[in-house]
Design a protein around this ligand. Structure first.
Ligand code: SF4
Ligand code: SF4
Length: 414
């Protein structure tokens, strides 16, 4: 019996013009229609109308996609390919070969929704990295296993666990905001969360840190685990106040996912309206601070900086000008654009673990683009991009610091 896929309404808006093809990183690498947005839409259409069996071959094509959404920026017909990919993957289940699928499913169902379990995993990673076992593993492991070991980001020396539920504004209050501490940001980039909160408070924001918040669910949404993502979204909708000026995140992937909670919970009569209200309040911290305006004059530092547009900030949220405007506000900082700054770096959530060849090819291109700018700092306000770029600069020997926008603003005393 043929296994079909339900009809995905967004697919019907594709006019098959092909204008997205050259913006698609996987099409650019392969020149195969099946590795393009249009080709993937054809496959999904065929599977929805019973002309194609949903086999693991179909899943391979759909999971070679980075879910970067560059095709959405290029599309004249307004096809929201991100939603198409998420709906199709929900039918297919998690990516990878059977063992990988089982591991991914376990992590998405049993770790991501539980902040306490995530902290335990990060503690194990931290021990592994600081005890010297990581260095040993990188020398002794077979080449095939060395790459995932090298990709593992360095766990923070501490976790970001807020001590208070409300942090007062410093000086005259200008706004009241709530902040998503995030899973990757809390566990691997705690110091960036601390910098973000200092910056917000110095700029007159009272910050609410809901104690019962969860991971945003983005990894689950993108990897065929939508039911657990909905549960995480409901928990956040319950946890966050909406009598605030904005719900903030300093992770592009989280912002894109939370701006879609209204869609994710659109069929849930108990949550639909609250989820929509929640989504309208979500802002990236760079987006929010650019609109609020920096209150303090930043210190000058002479340097050249380049900016990597996280896919889920540029293509997913249309936020491009605001981070650049904040960089331009730093005296002495020259922004030198890299070629194709909004092309995916190959990180894409867990893609860099599951699709090493494509991820490495994109990373190599990105490293050349960064090197060519001569910048000493590359700014990438998203944890996945930062992990991938830090791996890239080590591997390709590119002498740049990988920083978050919030790092530079906080260091300058903005
Ligand atoms: S989301 Fe990115 S990789 Fe996937 S089809 Fe669109 S452009 Fe290509
Ligand atoms: S997704 Fe958009 S740009 Fe791509 S083929 Fe369809 S209509 Fe054209």
């Amino acid at each position: 019996m043929i296994r079909t896929m339900p009809v995905i309404p967004e697919v019907e808006t594709c006019i098959h013009c092909g204008l997205c093809l050259n913006q698609c990183p996987t099409y650019r690498l392969t020149h195969l229609e099946t590795a393009s947005p249009r080709g993937r839409i054809y496959l999904i259409e065929a599977a929805s109308h019973g002309r194609l069996d949903v086999t693991s071959g179909v899943a391979d094509h759909l999971y070679l996609c980075l879910a970067c959404r560059a095709c959405e920026t290029a599309c004249p017909s307004g096809v929201q390919y991100g939603r198409v990919a998420e709906a199709a993957r929900d039918v297919l289940g998690p990516p990878g070969r059977p063992f990988q699928r089982a591991m991914v499913r376990f992590a998405l169902r049993h770790l991501m929704p539980h902040p306490g379990r995530l902290r335990s995993v990060a503690a194990v990673i931290r021990f592994y990295q600081r005890s010297g076992l990581a260095a040993l593993a990188l020398r002794l492991l077979p080449r095939r296993l060395r790459r995932p070991a090298a990709l593992l980001p360095e766990a923070s020396t501490r976790f970001y666990t807020p001590e208070a539920e409300v942090l007062p504004a410093i000086g005259e209050p200008r706004a009241r905001v709530a902040f998503l501490t995030g899973c990757a940001m809390s566990l691997f980039f705690a110091e960036i969360n601390e910098a973000t909160l200092r910056l917000l408070r110095r700029n007159g924001c009272e910050v609410v840190l809901p104690q019962n918040q969860a991971c945003c669910g983005a990894l689950n949404i993108h990897n065929g685990e939508v039911a657990s993502a909905r549960a995480m979204a409901r928990r956040n909708v319950d946890a966050f106040p909406v009598d605030v000026d904005a719900i903030l995140t300093n992770a592009a992937g989280c912002g894109a996912a939370m701006k879609e909670y209204g869609h994710l919970l659109g069929d849930d009569p108990d949550y639909r309206e609250r989820a929509e209200r929640f989504s309208t309040l979500v802002r990236d911290t760079g987006e929010f601070l650019a609109a609020l305006g920096l209150r303090n004059s930043p210190k000058a530092t002479d340097r050249v900086v380049t900016y990597q547009d996280p896919c889920h900030l540029a293509h997913g949220q249309g936020v491009r000008a605001q981070p650049r405007a904040l960089l331009a506000a730093l005296p002495g900082t020259t922004l030198r654009e890299m070629v194709a700054s909004d092309r995916c770096c190959g990180s894409a959530g867990i893609y860099n673990f599951l699709q090493p060849e494509t991820s490495d090819a994109l990373l190599a291109e990105k490293m050349e683009a960064i090197r060519a700018t001569g910048a000493s700092v590359v700014v990438a306000p998203n944890p996945g991009c930062m992990m991938q770029l830090r791996y890239g600069v080590r591997r390709f020997g590119v002498p740049v610091r990988v920083a978050h926008l919030m790092d530079l603003l906080d260091e300058a005393g903005a």
